[in-house]
Design a binder for this molecule. Structure first.
Ligand SMILES: *Cc1c(COP(=O)(O)O)cnc(C)c1O
Length: 381
């Protein structure tokens, strides 16, 4: 349907609504029906007339979600998984024993742990490197380096990595680049258009958007031997996304452009007000002129800076935890990207190995009115 409409040349708002649809031949439903079926009938000649055989291999709802994600990222194909981490592991499983991967020094804790704890014993070699330091990245590349994994913006300081610069460096050596684009979403940043080979999303976060689904996705720039292997990993490892969750995620995609606009506008407003508050030591938000990589943010995510802010409270860890406890609209919980605002004391979640400052709170700005969110901070600070 997307090619009939010419969606490729249309805006993200239009793609988000129409690239996720299926044509329902049974009743002409406008909303996509949910195909809660494990298996599909064969014709008398043994063929599968509708193209589906078994729901681990493919399902109409997964197709709709994958088609929408590929369209929004400008990729050739997408693959949906049962969680963000299942998507990360699928990419790592495309590598072979003895291959080397570079992972960010600062990034989603569990992605790095997966490469180290689970893939390490299977023979994957991994080095963590500061991705902001291109010389350090270059120096860390080994003859067997096959993949550079980056995350931008990254937890918990919302630091950025220059996607184009990393891609130039990697591609000159025949190395692939994968980008965890969870925080920016396909609305605010498109790594494939900046040169990346692979994009990963924890659809658990903004794409689901309502804190009720775990999911992950991979989008590839090209259909090639790598994407064919990814498809085999998806089917044979079996961590696929169920039809109901695919339906909900495809529905989430439809309002994603609108939600990201509002998350971004409220976060920028809150970050600007927080920056002027006497109880705040520092605000980390890529949309602020004070962010050390603000120029890169403008270049790489020109449509908005998403809804994540980290703040350092004046005083110590106890002080920061006191503020988190006093907030009322911001509920204390891990995760991000939902309609409700959340606050999290990162260091105590990450445990004793954490290098996150003790006075840091990470905020996921929801879709409540920004004045109510600000009033909550004023009383808590
Ligand atoms: C949440 C998250 C993940 C992991 O997703 P899960 O669905 O929890 O497995 C990976 N990367 C980033 C940046 C995340 O925020």
């Amino acid at each position: 349907m997307s090619s009939v409409l010419g969606l490729e040349s249309m805006h993200k708002e239009t793609q988000a609504i129409h690239a996720t649809n299926l044509v329902d031949e049974t009743a002409g439903a406008i909303a996509t029906p949910i195909f809660l079926t494990t298996t599909f009938t064969r014709d008398v000649d043994g063929s599968y007339p509708k193209g589906h055989m078994y729901s681990r291999n493919s399902n109409p709802n997964r197709d709709a979600l994958e088609k929408g994600l590929a369209a929004l990222e400008g990729g050739a194909e997408a693959f949906a998984f049962a969680s963000g981490l299942a998507a990360v592991s699928a990419v790592l499983q495309c590598l072979s024993s003895g291959d080397h991967v570079l992972m960010p020094a600062v990034g989603y804790y569990a992605s790095v742990k997966l490469a180290e704890e689970i893939m390490g014993p299977w023979g994957l070699q991994m080095t963590q490197v500061d991705m902001e330091d291109l010389l350090a990245v270059e120096a860390a590349i080994l003859p067997n380096t096959k993949l550079i994994w980056i995350e931008t913006p990254a937890n918990p300081l919302l630091s950025l990595t220059d996607i184009s610069a990393i891609c130039d460096l990697a591609h000159a050596r025949g190395i692939r680049v994968a980008v965890d684009n969870t925080i920016a979403t396909p609305i605010l940043q498109n790594p494939i258009l900046l040169g990346a080979d692979i994009v990963m999303h924890a659809t658990t976060k903004y794409i689901g958007g309502h804190s009720d689904i775990l999911g992950g996705a991979i989008i590839v720039r090209e259909s090639d031997a790598w994407s064919a292997r990814l498809k085999r990993v998806q089917i044979l490892m079996g961590a696929t996304q169920n039809p109901l969750d695919c339906y909900l995620l495809a529905r989430g995609l439809k309002t994603l452009p609108l939600r990201m606009r509002e998350h971004s506008a409220s976060a920028l407003e809150l970050a600007s007000r927080l920056e002027k508050h006497p109880a705040i030591e520092q605000v980390h938000y890529p949309g602020l002129a004070s962010h050390p990589q603000h120029a890169l943010a403008l270049r790489q995510m020109p449509r908005g800076f998403s809804g994540m802010i980290s703040i350092q409270i004046k005083g110590d860890e106890a002080n920061a935890r006191l503020v988190a406890g006093r907030l009322r609209l911001f509920q204390q919980a891990t995760s991000l990207g939902g309609v409700e605002s959340l606050v999290e004391h990162r260091r105590s979640i990450e445990g004793p190995e954490s290098t996150t400052p003790g006075n840091l709170l990470r905020i996921s700005v929801g879709l409540e009115h920004v004045d109510d969110l600000w009033a909550d901070f004023e009383q808590a600070l």
